[in-house]
Design a protein around this ligand. Structure first.
Ligand code: SF4
Length: 421
């Protein structure tokens, strides 16, 4: 269930139906201003809406003042164990402060932070981690870890409400994907506050991205979650941002930049598609429009299922085809396919988003496609097998429906028997 309440983090609305907000955390020593600002600029360029910085020492608070002033996106201060640092971070102008009420020194200390946040109009994020639940929940944690996580979060929410502070978002984090999913589902039913989603210590770029896509994707698909952070073991925080965007784009929750689709390749591939796809992906980063670009390893099936793409290439051994919206634009030597693809994309933008077609070149492309298709008309490609399977399934389900209709017609309904003419 989407959160009912929202918070405003330096002008970025989180919750209450706003688009899901992408955030990340810098990996630099916060007090190292040059390195931290360099990373903040990189993550902002990659599409982060918010950035969090660790504030474990007084010198980090000092740096925070400059970071807040110079950052292109709102800054969240991440505090553990030390409520004095939380107060100082609020005074330094942080747009939000993240703290764990369970490790900040007791309700009195939480009250002091909440009071200062109220005075400054700054929201907080209160976080619960599976590794640091309050002692009185340890037995419950052994029996029912999900309920223990949710109970801890609900207790912290109760504490904030008793302090008459409601300007906060909540996070429940665990290294376990199933626990994260179950706990956030439960929590979303019990509290109206915005939820921050993440999988703690998700792992490397490869495994962490997959775990995050499964865990966060499942929740987001249910409409749960207002801001996400992908935690990856990489020094390059912008990688976390890119993964977050791929998840949001895959679920069609937000749009940012082009969408690249590519066939899985098979034994018909006749060029170095790995390098071509990587090259296209890198070059597409320069574009902000959500155009769809397709890469097909061969033209045996024509343009096939990728015909809806705004632009695409169908490769071959010597010559391939550039196409747009299912129509060939021209044939090109295979080694020039990538450059030619971007020439067409750039011509499209220069003409005010109008595809530039040359009838003679398009006819040559169409002829090449027809030739390749005819030469391979009997090949059982993955696409043709899938199409045959689909047709077979449709045929079987039609036969099943017809049999059911016959059964119904023969069955007594309301004491009467229907007879067919
Ligand atoms: S047959 Fe399909 S999967 Fe194989 S290379 Fe061609 S487009 Fe790719």
């Amino acid at each position: 269930m989407a959160s009912q309440r929202s918070v405003n983090v330096g002008g970025v609305q989180v919750g209450g139906g706003a688009p899901v907000v992408v955030q990340t955390m810098t990996k630099t020593e916060t007090a190292n201003l040059t390195a931290t600002m360099d990373q903040i600029r990189k993550v902002a360029e990659a599409g982060a809406d918010l950035v969090r910085v660790a504030v474990p020492r007084d010198r980090d608070v000092e740096a925070l003042k400059t970071i807040v002033a110079e950052s292109p996106i709102p800054v969240i201060a991440d505090i553990h164990f030390n409520h004095t640092l939380a107060l100082k971070a609020l005074d330094a102008g942080a747009h939000c402060v993240r703290l764990n009420p369970g490790n900040i020194g007791g309700p009195d200390k939480v009250a002091e932070v909440a009071e200062r946040a109220t005075q400054l109009g700054t929201p907080l994020r209160i976080g619960v981690n599976s590794g640091s639940l309050p002692r009185h929940l340890h037995d419950l944690e052994r029996d029912n870890p999900v309920e223990a996580l949710v109970t801890a979060a609900v207790e912290f929410v109760g504490l904030m409400e008793r302090l008459d502070f409601r300007d906060f978002k909540v996070s429940i984090k665990s290294t376990s994907v199933p626990y994260t999913i179950a706990a956030n589902r439960l929590l979303s039913e019990r509290i109206p506050y915005p939820l921050h989603l993440g999988i703690t210590e998700a792992g490397t770029k490869w495994s962490g991205s997959l775990k995050s896509a499964v865990g966060l994707g499942t929740l987001l698909a249910d409409g749960i979650g207002d801001t996400i952070r992908i935690s990856l073991s990489t020094f390059h925080a912008e990688e976390e941002v890119k993964v977050a965007w791929e998840i949001l784009k895959a679920l069609k929750l937000r749009e940012r930049g082009p969408v690249l689709i590519a066939c899985p390749t098979c034994g018909r591939l006749q060029f170095d598609m790995d390098t071509v796809v990587a090259d296209i992906e890198r070059r597409l980063e320069a574009y902000s429009d959500p155009i769809e670009v397709a890469v097909l390893g061969c033209a045996v099936n024509g343009i096939g299922e990728a015909s809806h793409a705004d632009f695409g290439i169908a490769g071959a051994k010597d010559m391939g085809v550039i196409y747009s919206k299912g129509e060939p634009l021209r044939k090109v030597r295979t080694e020039q396919l990538v450059d030619a693809l971007f020439e067409e994309i750039d011509r499209y933008y220069e003409a005010g988003k109008v595809v530039q077609r040359d009838a003679a070149a398009a006819a040559e492309g169409a002829a090449l496609l027809a030739e390749i298709e005819a030469e391979n008309a009997h090949d059982m490609t993955p696409e043709r097998l899938a199409a045959m399977e689909k047709a077979k399934q449709a045929e079987q389900s039609e036969a099943m429906d017809a049999a059911l209709r016959l059964d119904e017609a023969d069955s007594p309904v309301d004491g009467r028997r229907f007879t067919r003419a």
